[in-house]
Design a protein around this ligand. Structure first.
Ligand code: AHR
Length: 665
C-alpha cells in the first residue's frame, strides 16, 4: 500500500458534516466544576512544540533565506534554475566542470569564457519560484571566483517580473586563486517573483562557484541566516521544543539519501547537496528542483532552538530508509556508523570544547553547550527490523549518555497491529517517549479526545510527534493551497488537545505537522504556516496551537461535568490547569456543536475569589473557513476582559475554541 493510500485509509471516514450532537441540549446549562485547589499532573514546560521538516520548500526556498537556487551547480542538471544569454554581440560560453576527486562535497564549478571584449554574458537565476525582493531592503551578493586569464568584470542586477532592474552593484576585479567576492545593493521596488542577473563583461576566462544572494535583514541579522518573518511566527508560538530535521527526510528514499548531520555543519560550500526526498514523492505534486543544500544545518537548528527558547529534539536515522520507499536497512553488523553519529551528536551539542565535536561547535561560534536532552531514534519506523536497530542504539546511548532521553517510533498510524506491537515492545525496552502520529479526519480527533484518559502509564510517556486533522479534496472545493487548513479541522484538533493536556503526566510533548509550506511549491497539506516569497499567514490551526502553548499552566486541575471529564458530551471538550508561576487558572473549553452553549463554571476549590478573567476565543460558523495570504484574518483569536465570580455563567458560541484565564493572588 502506498504512503498516500495509507494516509487516505485513515481519513476515509473524514467528515465535514454538521456536528449534530448537542442539538437537544442547546438550551440546557452545562455545569463544569473546576477543582482549582486540586493540582494534578505536572505539565512539561516543553509540552507544546513544533515539528520542522524540509518539506513544501520549508528550508531551501523557505526558512533558509538564500535566494539563489542551485547556487553551486550541484543539482544533477547543473544549470537547473539558471538561464544563459549573450547580449549586444557577446561571444561567450559556459562550461560546468566536475573535480570530484579533488572535492567530493562541492565537486562542480562553472567556467565562463568571454571570447571578445564586446557585449555581455548574463547568467540569470530564477530563485525558488521567483525571488522575493523588497523595496528599500538591502541584499548581499557573494561569489567564489578565480580569474584564469584576461580581464572579466562581474556585475549583479536584481530584476522584477517585467525584467526591469530594481537593484544593481559591481564586484571588485577578480584575481587569480579562488576567493570570495562580495557586494550589496538596495532594491528600489518590491517584486514577489524577481530574478537575479549575474553579468560578465570584458575578455578572458573566469571560474565561478557558490553564487549567493541573501537579504541583509535575516533573523538576528545573521549572515547565511533565516527568513525573519518566518522565524518570528515560530517564536510567537513560544514552542517548548523543535523537532528537526523531520519527518521522512531523516530516512531518505534510500540510505544514501538519508539525513547525515555531520554533512550539514561547517563551511556552507562544503555541505554536500542531496536530493530532497519530496522531490519525487507525489507524482501530482512533483518538485524536480527540490534539493537540500543544508545551508540550514544542525548548528543552525540548535541556534534556532536557543533563540526561541525551545528544547532541541533531533530525530536521527537508525539505519533504515523510508519503509514506504526502498525500505532499505543497514545490515545489523554495519550500524556502527549510524550509532556513532548519534553519540557524536551529543558531543557536538553538549561536549566540552576540548572534545572533537564540542570543539567544532565552539569553532562555529558557540562554545557553550546547547543542552541537548533528548533524541529520536528513527522517524516513523516499524517492524522487527526497527526493534533490532533501536535496541543497538539504545544500548550504546544508555551506556555513554544515560542522561539523554530516547524517543522511539510507534510507526505511521495511531492504531492497528503495527502500532500495538511497537508500543508493547518499546515499553518493554523502557523507551522514555513513544512517538505517535495521527493524520486523521476531524471526526477521529473529536472521537479520540479521551484517548489518553485510561492509557498504560507505567513505563513510557507519549510524544504526539505528528498530527493534523485532514479533510478530503472533495470536501473543500476551494483551490487555494491554504484551503485544507479549515476551521473545522483546527477546532477538532483543539478538542483533541484538551485530552492531551488533561493527560500531561502521560503526554509530555506534542507537535502539529508539517510546519511550513510554500503556496507555489507544496507537496503535502494541511500545514501550520503558509508563505510565499514575501509574506506568510497563520492558519486557524496555528492559532489553536498558540492558544494552548501560550496558556499552558504548570499543573493539570480537574474540570468535571457530572463528575466526569468533558471529552465530547454535548460536543464539549474541556481541560483546566493552574499556572503557579504566573498565578492564574486557565480553562480551555471547545464547543464543536453548531449551537451556542450555556455554561456554568463552578470554581469549587475556591483557590481565591476570582474577580475577573480574560476570555480569548476563536469562532466562526463557517467550518470551511481558512486564512490565506491574501485574506489572513478570516479566523483568528479575539480577547476580551470580563468579570468573573466563583459561580460564573457564560454563553459560548457555536464552533468555538475558548480560553478563560483567571488571575489569582
Ligand atoms: O509530515 C509529513 C510526513 O508525515 C513526515 O515526513 C512523516 O514522518 C509522516 O509520514
Amino acid at each position: 500500500m502506498t504512503f498516500q493510500k495509507l494516509l487516505r485509509k485513515g481519513i476515509t471516514t473524514c467528515t465535514i458534516a454538521l456536528a449534530s450532537a448537542g442539538l437537544a441540549s442547546a438550551q440546557k446549562t452545562v455545569k463544569i466544576s473546576v477543582l482549582d485547589n486540586k493540582p494534578g499532573a505536572h505539565i512539561s514546560p516543553s509540552m507544546w512544540g513544533v515539528f520542522f521538516e524540509d518539506i513544501n520548500f520549508a528550508a531551501d526556498g523557505g526558512l533558509y533565506a538564500e535566494l539563489v537556487k542551485n547556487r553551486s551547480f550541484e543539482f544533477p542538471m547543473p544549470m537547473m534554475g539558471w538561464d544563459e544569454k549573450e547580449l549586444n554581440g557577446a561571444d561567450a560560453s559556459l562550461l560546468v566542470v566536475n573535480r570530484s576527486l579533488a572535492n567530493t562535497s562541492n565537486p562542480r564549478y562553472a567556467v565562463v569564457t568571454m571570447k571578445k571584449n564586446e557585449g555581455a554574458f548574463v547568467l540569470t537565476n530564477e530563485g525558488f519560484r521567483g525571488m522575493g525582493l523588497t523595496k528599500d531592503e538591502s541584499y548581499n551578493f557573494s561569489i567564489m571566483a578565480h580569474a584564469v586569464e584576461g580581464d572579466v568584470k562581474i556585475k549583479v542586477q536584481a530584476v522584477n517580473e517585467k525584467n526591469e532592474p530594481i537593484g544593481e552593484a559591481s564586484l571588485d576585479a577578480v584575481k587569480g586563486g579562488w576567493n570570495t567576492y562580495r557586494t550589496s545593493f538596495k532594491c528600489t521596488a518590491t517584486a514577489a517573483k524577481g530574478k537575479l542577473n549575474v553579468i560578465f563583461e570584458g575578455k578572458g576566462v573566469v571560474e565561478i562557484d557558490m553564487l549567493s544572494l541573501f537579504p541583509q535583514h535575516t533573523w538576528k541579522q545573521r549572515p547565511n541566516g533565516l527568513r525573519a518573518d518566518l522565524v518570528q511566527k515560530l517564536a510567537d508560538l513560544h514552542p517548548g521544543f523543535v523537532r528537526f530535521p523531520g519527518g521522512c527526510i531523516v530516512e531518505g528514499r534510500e540510505l544514501a539519501n538519508r539525513y547525515q548531520w555531520k554533512k550539514t555543519v561547517g563551511d556552507i560550500a562544503e555541505r554536500q547537496l542531496i536530493m530532497n526526498r519530496w522531490n519525487v514523492e507525489f507524482s501530482y505534486r512533483n518538485a524536480p528542483d527540490y534539493y537540500q543544500s543544508f545551508g540550514l544545518g544542525f548548528f543552525e537548528y540548535f541556534q534556532l532552538c536557543e533563540d526561541i527558547g525551545a528544547t532541541a529534539l533531533p530525530i536521527l536515522n537508525c539505519g533504515m530508509a523510508c519503509q514506504y520507499n526502498s525500505a532499505e536497512v543497514a545490515s545489523l553488523n554495519q550500524t556502527d556508523e549510524y550509532i556513532q553519529d548519534a553519540l557524536d551528536l551529543v558531543e557536538f551539542a553538549n561536549g566540552s570544547t576540548s572534545t572533537k565535536w564540542g570543539g567544532l561547535r565552539a569553532s562555529l561560534g558557540h562554545p557553550a553547550p546547547f543542552n541537548l536532552k533528548m533524541v529520536g531514534i528513527g522517524n516513523e519506523q516499524w517492524g522487527e527490523q526497527y526493534l533490532e536497530r533501536y535496541k543497538l542504539f539504545a544500548a550504546a546511548m544508555k551506556q555513554k549518555h544515560p542522561e539523554i532521553k530516547l524517543v522511539a517510533s510507534a510507526g505511521p498510524g495511531p492504531d492497528g497491529d503495527q502500532f500495538d506491537y511497537l508500543t508493547k515492545v518499546m515499553r518493554q525496552e523502557k523507551a522514555n517517549l513513544i512517538d505517535e502520529h495521527y493524520y486523521r479526519s476531524p471526526k477521529w480527533f473529536l472521537n479520540n479526545a479521551a484517548r489518553y484518559d485510561n492509557y498504560d502509564r507505567k513505563v513510557s510517556k507519549v510524544f504526539a510527534g505528528e498530527y493534523a486533522a485532514h479533510i478530503m479534496d472533495e470536501d473543500q472545493k476551494d483551490t487555494h493551497a491554504e484551503s485544507h487548513n479549515t476551521w473545522w479541522a483546527a477546532l477538532s484538533e483543539a478538542a483533541f488537545m484538551t485530552g492531551l493536556e488533561r493527560n500531561a503526566d502521560m503526554v509530555q510533548l506534542a507537535s502539529y505537522a508539517p510546519l511550513l509550506a510554500h503556496v507555489d511549491a507544496w507537496q503535502w497539506r494541511p500545514d501550520l504556516i503558509w508563505f510565499n516569497n514575501l509574506q506568510s499567514v497563520a492558519t486557524p490551526n496555528y492559532y489553536v496551537q498558540q492558544l494552548f502553548s501560550t496558556n499552558k499552566g504548570t499543573r493539570v486541575i480537574p474540570a468535571l461535568a457530572d463528575g466526569k471529564v468533558l471529552a465530547g458530551q454535548d460536543s464539549l471538550y474541556c481541560s483546566a490547569t493552574v499556572d503557579s508561576v504566573n498565578n492564574r487558572i486557565i480553562i480551555k473549553l471547545i464547543n464543536a456543536a453548531e449551537q451556542s452553549k450555556q455554561i456554568s463554571f463552578d470554581m469549587t476549590g475556591k483557590k481565591s475569589a476570582f474577580k475577573q478573567a480574560t476570555w480569548t476565543k476563536i469562532a466562526t460558523m463557517n467550518k470551511l473557513a481558512f486564512n490565506s495570504i491574501d485574506n489572513p484574518d478570516v479566523v483568528k483569536p479575539v480577547s476580551q476582559k470580563m468579570k468573573w465570580s466563583n459561580k460564573q455563567t457564560v454563553t459560548i458560541e457555536p464552533l468555538s475554541a475558548n480560553v478563560f484565564v483567571l488571575p489569582y493572588r
